[in-house]
Design a protein around this ligand. Structure first.
Ligand code: HSE
Length: 432
């Protein structure tokens, strides 16, 4: 039985986890693969003291790994866009299969990388790129293959979820919680990727492509971060029976695909609204199965390694016949469904309007909403702020097209009595 040699590039958080789990569970992993599977070559700028590299070839130049004729599978765990892409394309050119955890690279360069891999007859797998240890790629690409997927919603950034959870449960400040997430090793090298939704947008790009059979289109994701969410909004949402989550959401409509990442109010009774801390979850609505939810660790060293190794074993099992599962889940060309601009989406809204505490203001606000065909579902008026003589008005609306809401907000902010920009957070019922 031919053994499979794996070349590992990168010994950072996920690289270390992959190396150590592979060594620790070598026997079981090889039995599951049906042949010996070993890491025989590691490429890393420096050793990691937590990895015992005895008996393994080590190169300081990661490109030595992709040029090693004895390597069958290259595992790319260096992250980032450019060098990673160069490394992967060279591995493909040299006839290696590739496993990667690099969501940024796949979201931005995936179309080109998959094309190169298909031309060469090798595969590039990326289970660990989305939601860390949760087998969501396999879940959608294989487990839900019977379904016409209607929409999916994901809490797909652990750092952002940790921050919102701590703000809600402990009333902590945003910056303070972010520092803790960085210390725990969950945050991206550039933490704005987490809090501004870029990391989630990378992952959503991938999920939408495999759900709907469309090309990867990271540049078309509408992305809004959580840095402007206040403790007051978290508290008002709670009073209305909602939780604020940083959600990646994609839906297929008759006009195209909605592709968006933004803070979202979700009814607190939904299971996904109760996914807390650094945990991730993806809720997928299929026409046959209905709603299914996938829950677990979205980051972490050995948690993410669990997905990396699952990909290694998938390839090792069929090393001479790899490629049974198409890269984006569809064997034919991807479909040319347009991605809708955000002003064409339809959703409900939470509005916080700061208004002078004077007679007749509520009527003016209701009139503007009515003129724009916006139906109010609930309204609460908070205590006036004594000194400034203003009151926060909290409104929930029914579904409306975003461009009507944009227009209404312009008109609301033009009222003399509205003293601050209107806060708008989208609301999704996620009830199928
Ligand atoms: N920074 C990411 C997160 C790591 O917080 O979820 C996993 O992709």
């Amino acid at each position: 039985m031919k053994s499979v040699n794996v070349g590992l590039c990168g010994l950072g958080t996920v690289g270390k986890g992959t190396f150590n789990v592979m060594q620790r569970n070598l026997e079981d992993i090889s039995r599951r693969a049906g042949k010996p599977v070993r890491i025989t070559h590691v490429g890393a700028r420096r050793d990691n003291p937590e990895c015992d590299l005895t008996g393994v070839k080590v190169s300081r130049d990661i490109f030595d790994v992709v040029r090693d004729p004895d390597i069958h599978i290259v595992v790319e765990l260096i992250g980032g866009y450019d060098t990673a892409k160069e490394l992967v394309l060279e591995a493909i050119k040299n006839g290696k299969h590739v496993v990667t955890a690099n969501k940024a690279m796949i979201a931005v360069h995936g179309n080109e990388i998959f094309k190169a891999a298909e031309a060469k007859g090798v595969v590039v797998t990326y289970e660990a790129a989305v939601a860390g240890g949760i087998p969501i790629i396999k879940g959608i690409r294989e487990g839900l293959v019977a379904n016409d997927i209607k929409w999916l919603a994901g809490i797909i950034n652990g750092t952002g979820n940790f921050i919102l959870t701590e703000m809600r449960e402990k009333g902590r400040m945003f910056e303070d919680v972010l520092k803790e997430a960085q210390a725990l090793g969950y945050a991206e090298a550039d933490p704005t990727f987490d809090v501004e939704g870029i990391d989630a947008a990378h992952k959503l790009t991938i999920l939408a492509s495999i759900a709907f059979g469309i090309p990867l289109q990271f540049d078309k994701v509408y992305t809004e971060g959580i840095s402007k969410i206040t403790r007051e909004d978290v508290q008002y949402a709670e009073e209305l029976g909602y939780r604020i989550k940083h959600l990646g959401f994609t839906r297929k409509t008759a006009e195209g695909v909605e592709l968006r990442v933004h803070p979202t109010l979700i009814p607190e009774k939904r299971l996904i609204a109760n996914v807390n801390g650094v945990l991730n979850a993806v809720l997928v609505e299929g026409d046959a199965v209905g709603p299914t939810m996938y829950y677990g660790p979205g980051a972490g060293s050995e948690q993410t390694a669990s997905s990396v190794i699952a990909d290694i074993v998938d390839i090792a099992r069929e090393i001479d016949n790899a490629g049974n599962v198409p890269h984006l889940g569809y064997s034919s060309e991807t479909e040319n469904l347009p991605v809708l601009p955000v002003n064409e989406i339809e959703t409900a809204y939470y509005l916080r309007i700061t208004v002078k505490d004077e007679v007749g203001q509520m009527a003016k606000i209701a009139q503007i909403l009515s003129n724009n065909n916006i139906n109010i579902e609930a309204i609460i008026q908070k205590e006036p702020d004594g000194e400034a003589a203003v009151v926060p008005l909290i409104l929930l609306t029914h579904n409306v097209r975003e461009k009507l809401m944009d227009q209404a907000i312009v008109e609301l902010e033009a009222l003399d009595s509205v003293t601050r920009p209107v806060v708008r957070i989208r609301v999704e019922q996620l009830d199928g």
